[in-house]
Every structure is written in C-alpha cells, then in structure tokens.
Write a protein that binds this ligand. Structure first.
Ligand SMILES: [Zn+2]
Length: 468
C-alpha cells in the first residue's frame, strides 16, 4: 500500500529536488525578513509553498525555519533538514545551480547537503499521507536555513516554543545511525603582536573557517637590512616542512620586505589529523629567524602549546573514550589587527567527558602563557544509547531495507541532532560511498534518492506507530 504511493511520487520528487537546487541559497547577511540572507529565505518560501500544494499543514517560524506536518496526535515525530548551502566554489563540470539530471544523478550545490534529503523527507511523508495510513503521532518535517553557519535557525525554533519531537532524525550525515557526536568548543584567542625591532611582521592572515584546518597563511615580513632579507630567503630555500607543505618567499627590495606564503593541507575540523596546519609550518619556519619581543613570543608560545599537535597534549587536554575516540584540536583562522594576533582553535571532545574537564586545564594554560580568550562558542556532546528505542528502530529499518547491518557511528559532532532532544543523525550517505558534500560536482544518484525515500517513509511509520 505505502509502496504503491511512494512509487507514484518518484517523478515529482526528482523534479522538486532539481527545482530546489536551482535556488541559490548560500547564507548571507541579514535582510528584512531574511535573518540568514535572501537566498535561504527564498528556498524556505519555495519549500513551504510546495508542502502546501502537497497537502501539508505548514508554518513559517520567524523567517528562520519552517515546518510541514501531517497527521494527528499529541506527540510528534520530526525530520530536521536544512535548505541553506555552502558557496559553490570552483572546479565544477556542470552548472552548480542547474539541477541537471545526468548519468543517473542529480547534480548541483546542496543536492546531497541537504536540500535533496530534506525534500525527500517531505515526499516520504507525502507517500504516507496518500496511502491513508493512520498514525498515532504527527509527522513534521522541519526546514532550517542556517545549518552551515551555526544552526541559529533551530535555536530560534526552540526559543519560540515550537513543538519538540518525541523522536526524530536529521538526514545530514551518514548511514547507518550516528549515536554519538563529540562536544565542541571553539575558542577565539589573542596575544599581543606589536611590530617592533628590525625584523617584524606587518601583515598576517590565514585560514577560511574555525572548523577547517588552516591550509594557507601569508605574512609580510619587513627587514630593512638587505643581508637580513637574504638570510630569510636562504632559510626559506632550506626549510624542510612536513609532507604536503610548501613555502614561497618573495623579496621586494623597494620596500624592504619578504612576502611569505605557506601552504599546508585542509581537512574538516573533526579530523584535523588528516590536514597539515599552515600556521604550525610558518611558526616552525620563523622560530630560527628570531622575531623580537611580542611577535617572537607568539610564535614560541604557539609552537610550544599547539604547533602540529591535533590532540591537545601540550595544552593538558589529551583524552579519549571508547565510544567516540580522542579529543581533537583544529587551528582554523589567524589574523592581525591593532597590535594583536587573533586565532581560533576548535576542540572536539569525547562524549563521556564534561565541558569543564576541558575548559579548566585550557583556561589555566591560556592564563599562564599570556593568551586572552576573546570568544568561546560551545555545543554539548550527544549520546543516544544503542539500545534506546530511537537508535534500535532506525537500525532495524536500515537493516530491513538494505540487507546490511553496519556498525553504528560516532562522529566529531555538529549536526542538527544537537539542537533539540530525541534526535540523531541518520543518512543520507551509504557506507563506503564517496562524499561530494562541500566539494565541486556535488551529486546524488537517483537510485540512492529512491532508496532514501523508502527508508525515511518506513522510519516515519515505525516511529509514529500505526493506530491499532
Ligand atoms: Zn548539511
């Protein structure tokens, strides 16, 4: 019965995903009625209008989020998806905003992260609606528009007292089930960095975001002495950094400077050990060149406390647990302004640890070394026991639909699952598949879209329970 109705909506689902991908919804500056930029708001309007046409009850929540719902009952089961996307970037072989269907796949920014899965969840509920199955609980799809830039959309949803789910999932990661997400602490730190003495840095910046390993950093090093600049160039020639690092030094005799460009290797903030931190490379290069006073002290302090480490050992916070693995530390961005240097470190700590166990030793280390905390943002860990009803239900449906039963996953954290109770990340990417999320040529195969449609519909029915 349900199967027949899912079959009937397959074509409409594919068309809707393609149309949704054509709305560029990269997050931007707030505008009237669009707290996270005009693009995300447009995608939200479009999606709620679609849900209206499909027969859902819908509501816009403060222009930040929206929901579409079917069924009756006091309790509610939710699917959380996001309609904002990351910038398209370079290197595409197709139009990133074209929603093209080619080689059995839909191509475009956001098709997999997370417009495609969000629209698929909507159609899974539509299949249930069409089939006439009576459920004990309401089924609600909640659409957010700020996942890629801090999930303030879902925070707003919760603050405004919108209904919270008794069970739910967010199809914004991987299958089978992510039952543990590490806690996150992102520090913005600063130290004095006045340009003093003969050899000094006069401009300095690197990195793209706190949750990506800094892959590039550049510094303008001034030294009025010709022999001083020659020494820097010779050192650059001789410098042997870690694999996948690369240094370019360019002298400008006219203004007495050497421009340094250090390349490392990017990696996601949850797996910093896969990257090469360019700031650590630059510090390693500059230490023997003896910058004076505050600038010299910064590079010495940074190298001693963090440097190439990604486990927080020298900061006194190395720790791990069996469920989620080790604490990780990712150095993201650096900049210089008004005689200070500012940089970010993104820590992800094991699910069984308390925030205090990390912040106390960190604050002591920062204090002792003259490091100022400018800002801290945090998210608690998430842990849903494998034998909980939610996790075991998701796992059971996954097993029935795919014929496989892979191990549950613990990740570095950061999905919508942390924004409200009783939610875990579930899908849409199957184990062993290549990830095109946040990369060029993002795509999702029609076969996987339709598999997801069935898995989601069956999970909704199981979580919302058929009326006897
Ligand atoms: Zn996402």
């Amino acid at each position: 019965m349900l199967e027949k109705h899912l079959k009937n909506i397959e074509e409409d689902l594919l068309t809707a995903i393609r149309e949704c991908v054509r709305i560029p919804s990269v997050g931007g500056d707030p505008e009237e009625g669009a707290p996270f930029g005009a693009g995300p708001r447009k995608a939200l309007d479009w999606t709620l209008a679609l849900a209206d046409r499909l027969g859902f009850r819908t509501k816009m929540v403060d222009s930040a989020a929206g929901w579409a719902e079917i069924g009756t009952g006091d309790e509610m089961v939710a699917v959380l998806g996001h309609l904002d996307v990351v910038p398209e970037g370079k290197g595409w072989s197709v139009d990133p905003w074209g929603g093209e269907l080619k080689d059995g796949m839909i191509w475009g920014r956001g098709v997999l992260d997370d417009k495609g899965p969000s629209i698929t969840a909507l159609f899974a509920a539509k299949g249930i609606l069409d089939s006439g199955i009576q459920l004990k609980r309401r089924v609600r799809i909640i659409f957010g528009t700020n996942e890629e830039r801090g999930s303030k959309c879902m925070k707003r949803y919760v603050e405004l007292g919108e209904d919270l789910p008794v069970a739910g999932f967010t199809p914004d990661a991987e299958y089978p089930v992510i039952y543990a997400e590490k806690g996150i602490l992102t520090y913005t730190l600063s130290m004095p960095f006045a340009p003093e003495g003969e050899r000094k840095i006069t401009s300095f910046s690197g990195g793209v975001a706190a949750n990506v390993v800094m892959a590039e950093v550049s510094a303008l090093l001034a030294d009025p002495r010709p022999e001083g600049r020659k020494e820097i160039l010779r050192a650059a020639e001789a410098w042997k950094g870690p694999e996948r690092s690369f240094l370019t030094a360019t002298e400008n005799e006219a203004d007495g400077t050497v421009f340094l460009e250090m390349k490392g290797h990017p990696a996601h903030g949850s797996t910093p050990e896969k990257g090469v931190n360019a700031l650590a490379c630059l510090a390693d290069f500059l230490l023997p060149l003896k910058l004076e006073r505050e600038q010299g002290k910064f590079f010495e302090t940074f190298s001693r406390l963090i440097g190439f480490e990604t486990d927080g050992a020298s900061l006194g916070v190395a720790m791990k647990d069996d469920i989620s693995g080790p604490l990780t530390a990712c150095v993201g961005v650096v900049s210089m302004k008004d005689g200070r240097v500012t940089f970010t470190v993104n820590f992800r700590y094991p699910v069984t640890k308390k925030e205090q166990e990390i912040t106390e030793p960190l604050l002591a280390a920062f204090r002792e070394n003259g490091i100022t905390v400018e800002n801290l943002s945090s998210a608690d860990p998430l842990y849903m026991p494998p034998d909980s009803r939610l996790v075991s239900t998701l796992r059971k449906i996954y097993r029935e639909e795919t014929g496989t039963d892979p191990d549950l996953l613990a990740i570095g954290g950061g999905t919508y699952a942390k924004t409200m109770p009783n939610v875990v990340a579930f899908g849409p990417v199957f184990p062993g598949q290549t990830y095109t999320i946040h990369e060029e040529d993002e795509k999702w195969s029609v076969e996987d879209i339709l598999k997801n449609l069935r898995i989601m519909a069956k999970v909704m029915v199981e979580l919302a329970e058929v009326k006897e």
